[in-house]
Design a protein. Sequence first.
Length: 258
Amino acid sequence: MGLITQADMKGLEPRILADRTNCRALLEIFNDPKQAGQVYQILGRDILKRDIDKVKNPRDYMFAKKGILATSYNAQPFTLQRQLFIELQIEATEDECADFIQGLLRKCPEMKDYIWEQRRRVARDREIACITGFIRHLPNDGIESQGFKHVWNEAVNVEIQHTASMIAKLWSNYVQRGIWECGLGARDIFARKVVYLGPVHDSVSHDCRTQAIAKRVLDIYARALSTIQGAPMAALIGRKLRCPLGIETTSGPTWGKA
């Protein structure tokens, strides 16, 4: 028997969106420790006018989560409707999707301003420039070409996704460094964010030792998150984020229970 610990960054893309748009509603949620992990439930409740429970009503929760992410990438109602059905097997009318998008933009007007500012900048500069320094040049066959229109529509997506990816990699590197410093060899590492601790025998001493190591690993996840929000984040994007990052950690004897 062994023990698996794992962690993931929680609500990373909406946090990057809150920072980039300076959205008051999102920043209020993420800067409140009691609400920070409930962004989809809180916004979903305000827009759909009913309580959102991840366990009791997963349909509403997934609708709200996909709707918030899709809207932040300037998805149109028919696009959101298609994504809900293909990716999540959720049936929704185009009117439902339109109402959700409009409700979210009323709640977060800064998001709409940011989306259009990004698209205007892309049309002007013919490139997507992210705060991490990453630059994506557009096709040279004119603004009426399909290639240009495709990238123009992805202008916000590219910046949010790329920044989130770089932050996740930064955190993962500090997690891995912490695991090595704690004395776990490469053979103990399943992946950057998943560690297999074992084998564990039936004796109490072995089990307690593994539980103690698991606690140390969970501490490493949190310490790495705290570390990157200082100088490493400033080096990555030139400043600290306007809202704190968050992680979700779990452990268990099997993948399912972890």
